[in-house]
Design a protein around this ligand. Structure first.
Ligand code: GFB
Length: 311
């Protein structure tokens, strides 16, 4: 059942993003060739262009890491973009992969596909068992459609298309824009700004009580290569670290790493989102893959490199 990467030409869609660039780093250790396309040369929302690219390049396998992504506020503020761009990108790439006979495709989703009040830890079978979190239902609906499209191509055409659902990610190449980023890069940037201005407190959005699980993107890239080689089934598979923390404690960790001695202040005018989102990753763990980068270590590395890039 294993998919041998030796000599394979693998299209990493979204190679400039945090996940795509981590995949390129990880795939350097495999005996395969990575194909990439710059956004200026190929708009993945453009179906004829995507078809033409696949006809010219005929990849053996595809990892679909390209997506319109963002934090809680970006999702809430740009629902049409999050729904439409993601539907177009995934439908074009998955369709063209079938049309041009890619032997394998790995689609990437997100833990926000699960219901807002899903049972914890969240097993794969919790999908479509309840209402979604309103701030990110648009993105979630697109990602659910992506899982279903892979399953549909598997059922109708026998394609070996699989889907992985990662938990909240962080790492090198993240988006640090204060309005559109996810929480960890936002806190790193706020802490770096505070350090420079002499401020000792850190202000977070919401109440600080939501719980999140964080996975370093290098761990995710390793899991994706593992799944590409070893997983072949219609059912999507969770990829988490098992390391859960409240947003207030995460802020304290970032403050500690940054050397800030003040307090965590809250801004309750901002949304909390889902109260808890801990994935049950027992299926991938039973296959032999586990995350290796502890949150404390990952946050320190990312903070140090953010500070270095700033100077
Ligand atoms: O990472 P985040 O934006 O996304 O926010 P979600 C996580 C939690 O951190 C929320 C709080 O409770 C935020 O209110 N938070 C505190 C902050 N301070 C900040 C801050 O300065 N910036 C941000 N961004 N958050 C996203 C989904 O949900 O998770 C996406 O919207 C996707 O669709 C992604 O699934 C993985 O975890 O709430």
């Amino acid at each position: 059942m294993s998919f041998d990467l030796t000599g394979k030409r693998i299209f990493v869609a979204g190679h400039r993003g945090m996940v795509g660039s981590a995949l390129l780093r990880r795939l350097e250790r495999e005996d395969c060739e990575c194909l990439t396309a710059e956004r200026s040369d190929l708009d993945l929302r453009d179906q004829p262009a995507v078809r033409a690219w696949f006809a010219a390049n005929t990849p053996d396998a595809v990892i679909l890491a390209a997506a319109k992504v963002g934090g809680i506020k970006a999702n809430d503020n740009f629902p049409a973009d999050f729904l439409q761009d993601n539907l177009l990108i995934q439908s074009n790439v998955i369709g063209a992969a079938h049309e041009h006979h890619a032997s394998k495709l790995l689609f990437l989703g997100s833990s926000c596909i699960y219901p807002k009040f899903a049972e914890q830890p969240i097993g794969e079978d919790q999908l479509l068992t309840g209402p979604l979190e309103p701030t990110n239902e648009w993105y979630a609906i697109a990602k659910i459609a992506g899982i279903k499209l892979c399953q549909a191509y598997r059922k109708q055409h026998g394609c070996d298309f699989i889907s992985a659902m990662p938990t909240n990610l962080y790492g090198p190449g993240d988006n640090y824009d204060p309005e559109t980023s996810h929480v960890l890069p936002a806190l790193i940037r706020k802490a770096a700004d505070a350090k420079q201005s002499g401020e000792q407190n850190l202000r977070i959005w919401g109440s600080g009580t939501p719980l999140r699980e964080f996975l370093h993107v290098d761990d995710l890239a390793d899991a994706l290569v593992f799944l590409l080689k070893n997983y072949s089934a219609g059912r999507h598979i969770n990829v988490g670290s098992g390391q859960e923390i409240s947003i207030a404690d995460l802020a304290r960790l970032v403050m500690q790493v940054a050397g800030l001695t003040g307090e965590v202040l809250t801004d309750r005018s901002q949304p909390d989102g889902t109260p808890r989102k801990l994935l049950d990753s027992s299926r991938i763990s039973a296959m032999g893959w586990n995350a290796t980068i502890p949150l404390e270590e990952g946050v320190k590395t990312v903070f140090d490199s953010f500070m270095k890039d700033r100077t």
